[in-house]
Ligand binder design. Sequence first.
Ligand SMILES: Nc1nc2c(ncn2[C@@H]2O[C@H](COP(=O)(O)OP(=O)(O)OP(=O)(O)O)[C@@H](O)[C@H]2O)c(=O)[nH]1
Ligand SMILES: Nc1nc2c(ncn2[C@@H]2O[C@H](COP(=O)(O)OP(=O)(O)OP(=O)(O)O)[C@@H](O)[C@H]2O)c(=O)[nH]1
Length: 440
Amino acid sequence: MSRPIVAIVGRPNVGKSTLFNSLAGEKISIVKDYPGVTRDRIYADVTWLNYQFTMIDTGGIEMDTKDIMLSHMRQQAEIAIETADVIMFLVDVKQGLVDADFKVADMLRKSHKPVVLVVNKVDNFEKYMPDVYEFYNLGIGDPYPISASSKIGLGDMLDEVTSHFNKSLATEEEDERPRIAIVGKPNAGKSSIINKLLGEERVIVSDIAGTTRDAIDTAVKWNGKEYVFIDTAGLRRKSRIKEELERYSIVRTVAAVEKADLVLLVIDATEGVTEQDAKIAGIAHERGKGIIICVNKWDLIEKDNKTVAKYTDEIRRILSFMPYAQIMFISAKTGQRLPKVFETIETVIQYQNLRIATGVLNEIVTEAVAMQQPPSDKGKRLKIFYVTQVSVKPPTFVIFVNDKELMHFSYTRYLENRIRDAFGFTGTSLRFITRERKEK
Ligand SMILES: Nc1nc2c(ncn2[C@@H]2O[C@H](COP(=O)(O)OP(=O)(O)OP(=O)(O)O)[C@@H](O)[C@H]2O)c(=O)[nH]1
Ligand SMILES: Nc1nc2c(ncn2[C@@H]2O[C@H](COP(=O)(O)OP(=O)(O)OP(=O)(O)O)[C@@H](O)[C@H]2O)c(=O)[nH]1
């Protein structure tokens, strides 16, 4: 299921980072064993009661003049409107209202996206409530007072935020067509691929009630089946600030990946795999989505019988955290191997949804354990009682053991490889959860 996206928009210094940290706790961004999106906060997973959502911070640049601030805030708001299911507009009770706040509020109101107005730094409700009421003047509904640093008022605010989820996601869940995000660096050829895949069949997916996001979704029919492509092309927007551009491209990538079942990562063959490609791949991996790496512009490469192997090695080396990813060499220009892309998409979708019966799974695991002894520590050896698959997209397995501490990362990896040998699971990451169970 795709997780709702909540974007925070707000001026510098209103407390966006503080709120981010308070809500996300330790779980901010990125696991360390593959290239992180950035050390800095851009997105985080938040769990609140039974809800899980992805929070993104669309801003974060230092600004010196008022003019730059306004244009920056407009861009933040635009990105939020484009990518988010719910927008949190964060203001500061101590700074009060400024002109830019009204302009941003206007933009948000016109977008028809759910907006929650959050007034921060209300460290003392009694003292500041009269000031909070001032924010009604923005005309975007009730202000929710909070103190991000003392974690006051967060519950009511989150209740309001999550109350908007079901409405926005209901339409999406009914749609059974596979959703494929095409991601990659600017100029890699994302639009060209979509256009070529579409050929004559271009159908723009109809706008669902005022959501800009869907305007860039395109349905393509192949073998009688419809697929929805989510395009992240056109990232070279107005901004001239490099960090800002990078942030926007990450935000849009996160949003597209979040809404997708499967990700096509487009790499420009003439440039090889870049650091930015690795970051984007990291997002898809972390989200547990299916992935296909398309090395595009293959027509421009001078080839001999070692070229494919050379490229493959290079990709495997740099994207070593996703050895399961399919790699394809394509050309949007000539159409080379594009039909094969659909076949591969079908394969990956099947593996993302594959369920292995517990009996068969445990035959494989028992055999694996017999071939390579589980690790031990201080005379105590890891015992694996049994393994069971608990979910799909991505396929997730629970391993029941005698002592969690004894389960070493490398042994999980070994079991993963044996399971892959037996069942394939091409193009999809696998998740493993270790649980302790009392010995009988
Ligand atoms: N009194 C009070 N101060 C707060 C609260 N939340 C944040 N602050 C302070 O406000 C200042 C700015 O907070 P940040 O979280 O860095 O603000 P930001 O919006 O992320 O700022 P930029 O990174 O510049 O966009 C810091 O000094 C925080 O300690 C709050 O609830 N009460
Ligand atoms: N020779 C060759 N050129 C290609 C191929 N695919 C794309 N191009 C060219 O590469 C340039 C960029 O292609 P786009 O499709 O606009 O790239 P994009 O990834 O959508 O770019 P953004 O909109 O910036 O994100 C264009 O000039 C295309 O004609 C290919 O397979 N072979």
